[in-house]
Design a protein around this ligand. Structure first.
Ligand code: SF4
Length: 335
């Protein structure tokens, strides 16, 4: 079964007025459908229990994006942009989207993409040509593209209609084919997120495996991209040193010469929450627990992150391993 084999579709009725809506209704004509008033509030789905999380992830929601507010960001981009989807069909057990949407973090696709991209064009015209827009902070665009099949067209529409602006998005998927032959690759920074295969197997259900992600980086570099590599989220287990050492060795072995030239890394430690813990323990009762009171401390009500001494030790370990394996790289940030 493919990650985009949806068991149900919930849709706002006026999506029929949009080309993307028509395309999706036709593409999924055999999937059971239910009408909704708003993608933001589907009472029937909110009433599901935490243990139904996996079932909810098999639903696709189609609606019209109403929020277009850009958030200033100083980490990797200048602005976080609400783009053409939110939520995701994969089930990473620490996924930040669960904080926003709780168990309803299923994939929602927005049909008013012309409005969304035209807003981005308008905004970019007001700013410097190197302004960076993060368009994937709410979803994984390569996964969305398996559904909508229009990522290439959307990116090219932006690049052809605005001379300003660099776009970036992170991904945990191998489905890079649609961005391999777009014209303005110098204005797109794909950021591929890596983790040891053991972490992917235990906690990143539905995503591409490590070898596939490394091959994707090589293919991107082959056509001229300079993708960033996220080691994220770093998860501390009893065996984490072995796992991350193996990961970095594997990156060194598998990445092409081109890919190893001037790599930009982002290192992100996992943050977790009471909500994640509740959902994971009810939806995946056999899974290894990600919360550890010995390793973590709270940051705000019901939010956890690794204790500073634990994080510092892990940071030094990973930086040492990177130093041993790579000669030419930049660490963009560590959080
Ligand atoms: S792939 Fe990304 S967006 Fe999807 S569940 Fe995993 S962390 Fe969340």
């Amino acid at each position: 079964m493919k990650i985009t084999d949806f068991s149900r579709i919930y849709y706002e009725t006026n999506i029929k007025d949009f080309p993307r809506g028509k395309f999706l209704l036709n593409k999924y004509k055999d999937t059971p459908k239910f009408k909704i008033d708003s993608h933001n509030n589907i009472p029937e789905l909110r009433a599901y229990e935490n243990k139904d999380f996996v079932k909810l992830k098999k639903y696709l929601i189609i609606g019209i994006r109403k929020t277009h507010k850009y958030v200033v960001n100083h980490k990797i981009s200048d602005f976080l942009v609400p783009f053409t989807s939110s939520g995701c069909s994969a089930m990473c057990q620490y996924c930040y989207l669960v904080c926003n949407y709780n168990k309803c973090s299923y994939l929602r696709v927005f049909v008013n993409k012309e409005e969304i991209i035209n807003n981005l064009i308008k905004n970019s015209m007001k700013h410097d040509k190197n302004t960076v827009y993060e368009i994937g902070s709410n979803s994984d665009l390569l996964l969305e593209n398996l559904v909508t099949e229009d990522l290439k067209e959307n990116l090219e529409y932006f690049f052809n209609n605005s001379k300003n602006g660099i776009l970036t998005f992170p991904t945990k998927f191998k489905f890079i084919e649609p961005i391999l032959n777009i014209k303005n690759i110098n204005r797109l920074i794909p950021r591929v997120s890596l983790n040891p295969q053991e972490i992917i197997t235990h906690f990143e259900f539905g995503t591409s495996n490590l070898d596939e992600r490394l091959n994707a980086i090589n293919d991107l570099c082959h056509v001229g991209y300079k993708p960033y590599i996220l080691i994220a989220p770093i998860i501390i287990t009893n065996e984490y040193k072995k796992y991350y050492k193996d990961l970095i060795n594997k990156m060194s072995d598998m990445l092409s010469k081109k890919a190893k030239k001037n790599i930009t890394f982002e290192l992100i430690f996992m943050t977790y929450s009471y909500i994640h813990d509740k959902i994971n323990s009810e939806a995946f009762p056999k899974s290894i627990k990600l919360y550890s009171k010995d390793l973590m401390t709270s940051r705000g009500i019901g939010k956890y992150h690794y204790r500073s001494n634990i994080k510092e030790e892990a940071t030094n370990f990973i930086l040492d391993e990177l130093k041993k394996n790579f000669s030419n790289y930049t660490i963009k940030y560590i959080v």
